[in-house]
Design a protein around this ligand. Structure first.
Ligand code: PLP
Length: 495
């Protein structure tokens, strides 16, 4: 059977031995275009409606090739191009072509991870992937893991396991009876922890206010002394201490060893949210940042960040595999006991999902293709780009560096000398929006928390995850930020 044209036209997944450029995928063919389409969100909606017509399922189709061409054209002209060297907003990397090809294989198999007969090979591949990642993390043979649809869900599953374990210690079976009888359950995390922890607390019936946020120090790391004070307070049931290894904005890494000591002293679960930072382990140079990871009871990691995988590719690792019993479930039509006794078991008992994609296929392919050193080299390149960007920011009086570089993010701002705080904040937002709607440059923004006598401030952010970008690309990107900042300040070229 012949393939639709668009699929046979996929670029080669092989690294060019001469240029050394990584084979990254993109749906955008126009190399002159910037990372985003020019114009407003409304224009993208209109162009899409023009191509697909009224939002009504057509009664007869146009055929496969025509449909693929229409959709490919939309992604080409109106989509994001993360392989563009001026795409630097989010922890959403360009993806490796080999992972995209492997993911198409995974889709074509339509295997599922819940039962043995839903996909024997892909179950074995997931086993290989989670064991390999647990080994990289420094865990022992008791460790295991599960692929999840994202870091937010990995965090949710971790807090669920921790919640049930803290309640069990208090004599309560939460799964059966709910939280009644557990005195004010709380989760401790840094003020810079990812918001998915609050959402996890809400979803798990603890309430968002159960997430007690601990202030960070001047290096954006959780203050252990303040955590100790909080842990000592009576009248609460500590469920988990959550360390962030690679805060989303700053890449800062909480003091895992100190947090582990405190968690042990209070017999509390230690979860490390390494959604962003885990990939540091691929790099010989950056791996020491995560040397204390084996002290964790569970770890979240996202290979759709540092890992260059298409989403979704998150993993929850657990130091002791028996802790997955929080998800055990016997279902007559999926995993009857006599089948399990015969070895016909799937992974239903590791997840809240039933049907679950074989996301491990692209990971196994990528790790096999490039090895640890390949991914380490990609990360080292991005890390060096971040240092180059920070050096340029420091050297430019129009810009101001707001945080040290730890991994691959650079938090800075356009210097609004003499501006009121609110006007300086508005300047950052306006610069980012103008660059974004021009389509030429895509950078991030965030808020620097108040601290050290300084009020909170809006900041710009580069998240550098393109290993094919060069220092010149980053120079050029920052030139455009500066020029746009000056335009805004002088009232020129208003959108
Ligand atoms: C990105 C991120 C998450 C959320 O991960 P998703 O895959 O987007 O759900 C959680 N924690 C940290 C520290 C992150 O950077």
């Amino acid at each position: 059977m012949s393939q639709p044209a668009r699929l046979t036209a996929l670029p080669t997944p092989v690294r060019d031995p001469f240029s050394g450029r990584w084979p990254l995928a993109s749906t955008v063919t126009d190399r002159e275009r910037g990372p985003l389409p020019h114009g407003s969100p409304g224009a993208v909606l209109r162009r899409t409606a023009e191509v697909l017509g009224e939002p009504r399922i057509p009664s007869t189709g146009v055929g496969e090739s025509a449909a693929l061409d229409l959709v490919a054209g939309l992604l080409d002209q109106n989509g994001v191009d993360l392989s563009h060297p001026h795409a630097a907003a989010h922890l959403q990397p360009p993806v490796l072509q080999v992972a995209v090809d492997a993911d198409a294989l995974a889709s074509a198999s339509n295997a599922s991870m819940d039962t043995y007969d839903s996909g024997p090979a892909t179950l074995a591949i997931e086993h290989w992937v989670v064991k390999s990642l647990a080994d990289l993390a420094g865990f022992g043979p008791e460790a295991d893991g599960v692929l999840t649809p994202g870091g937010s869900i990995s965090n949710l599953l971790a807090v669920l396991i921790a919640r049930d374990s803290a309640a069990a210690a208090a004599g309560v079976d939460v799964r059966r009876n709910g939280l009644q009888g557990v005195e004010r359950p709380v989760v401790f995390c840094s003020e810079l922890a990812h918001f998915s922890l609050q959402r996890a607390c809400a979803a798990l019936g603890l309430g968002e206010s159960a997430a007690i946020t601990i202030p960070a120090d001047e290096n954006f790391r959780m203050r252990t002394d303040l955590l100790a004070d909080e842990l000592a307070k009576p009248g609460r049931t500590p469920v988990a201490v959550v360390a962030t290894a690679g805060t989303t904005d700053f890449g800062s890494i909480d003091p895992i060893a100190d947090l582990a000591t405190l968690a042990r002293a209070y017999r509390v679960w230690l979860h490390v949210d390494a959604a962003y930072g885990f990939g540091a382990l691929f790099s010989e140079r950056l791996a020491p940042l995560l040397a204390d990871l084996p002290l964790a009871d569970s770890v979240t990691l996202d290979l759709h960040k540092i890992g260059w995988q298409p989403a979704a590719t998150s993993v929850l690792l657990v130091a002791d595999r028996t802790r997955f019993s929080a998800f055990d479930r016997s279902v007559d039509y999926l995993n009857p006991a006599d089948d399990i006794d015969s070895g016909l078991d799937g992974l239903l008992g590791r997840s809240l999902q039933t049907t679950r994609r074989p996301d491990a296929v692209k990971v196994a392919t990528t790790l096999t293709a490039y090895g640890r050193s390949g991914l380490g080299t990609m990360l080292d390149t991005c890390h060096e780009l971040a240092h180059a960007a920070a050096a340029r920011v420091i050297a430019d009086s129009n810009l101001e560096l707001l945080a040290p570089v730890t991994l691959t993010t650079v938090v800075f701002r356009v210097a609004g000398q003499g501006l009121e705080a609110s006007a300086a904040d508005a300047l950052q937002g306006e610069v980012r929006r103008r660059l974004l709607t021009s389509g030429r440059v895509l950078i991030g923004r965030t808020k620097l928390p108040a601290g050290g006598g300084r009020p909170a401030a809006v900041a710009l952010k580069l998240t550098l995850l393109n290993p094919n970008a060069t220092a010149t690309d980053i120079e050029d990107l920052l030139d455009q930020v500066v020029a746009t900042g000056l335009d805004v300040l002088t009232g020129e070229g208003a959108a």
